[in-house]
Design a protein around this ligand. Structure first.
Ligand SMILES: Cc1ncc(COP(=O)(O)O)c(C=O)c1O
Length: 355
């Protein structure tokens, strides 16, 4: 099959990364984050290949959860913090979806209706992220209210770290203690807090359920794991369409942002911002061509980007790697002022997926 712009997904890497989670958190159950279409990897593909390793999957929208339920008839699926009314709670019960409840209003609503069957509820405490989650008094009220409710099969307690990837653990320890102490004061309830960074760098926070996202896809947000502990599950590739020699002073691309200081050679690659390559990528952002490192030169356009390949043996028809194997998405993201999460979830529809 002829391809110009495609993304390759590596099942072995995905499974290897999940086993790394298992090794780092041997006593915790694993709730794999597959929101945003499995961080851009295909939630169905991730679910298929991790089903035998992990204990459940989590998504952020009801439609994502329903799709996943069609694929996995009896796996735990958790719907993260979202808006609920009586109809959506009813849908969750009908499809056996666990719900995260992050405000007292929704807890009160859940206690006041009659669901067709009881559901598992994850009560979310705000421990300093100040995004979603209840204050301590609200959390206690919600716990007392739902502990009694026939709509609730099991209660879980959870919170989310705001700074887990930083080396200074002061904030994370405070957040952990806040959830841990409050949860224990309310009795024996399964607790969940750790995202990837905490799984890697804060073992005490693993508790009953860990919630890995980005590390399943190969990125270490703490930059502390050994090489090989995580492997890229996604590699974004494109063909070189043209190679040309430039004289000193020639410019490249829109507004000729990059200018040749001396004679140079430019490769034009079949990937642009309409494929999900970030338009804000500056000159110097690394690109691999035929496995050799080269640097972006000139503004990224809709369908194309240009790379300074001076001194390299590169021809039209060669393959460029934009991120993935041997070039981490985190490194590319850092050049672009973003994070690998955004790169992964922004690959667009027209890019061919190769599984
Ligand atoms: C509630 C919650 N838990 C866990 C995660 C996983 O985080 P990470 O991808 O950093 O592991 C996320 C992702 O944003 C999240 O929103």
């Amino acid at each position: 099959m002829h391809r110009t712009t495609w993304v390759e997904f590596n099942r072995c890497a995905l499974r290897h990364n999940a086993k790394t989670v298992r090794r780092l958190a041997p006593n915790a159950a694993i709730l794999a984050m597959v929101k945003a279409n499995g961080y851009g990897h295909g939630a169905d593909w991730v679910a298929e290949h991790l089903n035998d390793i992990v204990d459940g999957f989590a998504v952020a929208r009801l439609n994502e959860a329903m799709l996943l339920r069609k694929q996995l008839s009896d796996k735990r699926i958790v719907l993260l913090g979202t808006e609920h009314d009586a109809i959506s709670l009813n849908e969750c019960a009908l499809h056996q979806l666990d719900v995260v409840i992050h405000d007292l209003q929704t807890a009160t609503l859940l206690a006041s209706i009659k669901l067709p069957q009881a559901i598992t509820v994850w009560l979310k405490l705000n421990t300093g992220m100040n995004r979603l989650g209840m204050s301590e008094p609200e959390f206690i009220d919600a716990h007392q209210l739902l502990k009694q409710s026939p709509n609730v099969a099991t209660l879980h307690h959870m919170s989310h770290f705001s700074d887990a990837e930083t080396t200074d653990k002061t904030r994370s320890i405070e957040q952990y203690q806040c959830l841990h102490t409050l949860s224990h004061s309310l009795g024996e309830t399964p607790i969940s807090m750790a995202n990837s960074a905490a799984i890697i760098s804060f073992p005490q926070s693993h508790l009953n359920w860990v919630r890995p996202g980005i590390m399943l896809y190969g990125d270490d947000p703490t930059n502390t794991l050994n090489e090989g502990d995580l492997q890229a599950a996604m590699t974004f590739k494109a063909k070189v369409l043209a190679v040309r020699d430039l004289a000193a002073g020639d410019g490249v691309g829109y507004n000729r942002r990059w200018q040749s200081a001396s004679t140079s050679r430019i490769a034009t690659v079949a990937a642009g911002y309409a494929d999900g390559y970030p338009r804000q990528a500056p000159d110097g952002t690394p690109v691999l061509i035929n496995g050799k490192r080269a640097a972006l030169a000139g503004r990224v356009s809709m369908d194309l980007l240009t790379v300074d390949v001076t001194g390299l043996e590169i021809n039209a028809g060669d393959t460029a790697t934009l991120w993935g194997d041997n070039l981490s998405a985190a490194e590319v993201a850092q050049h672009c002022g973003t994070i690998s999460y955004e790169l992964f979830t922004r690959i667009t529809q027209r890019v061919e997926r190769v599984y």
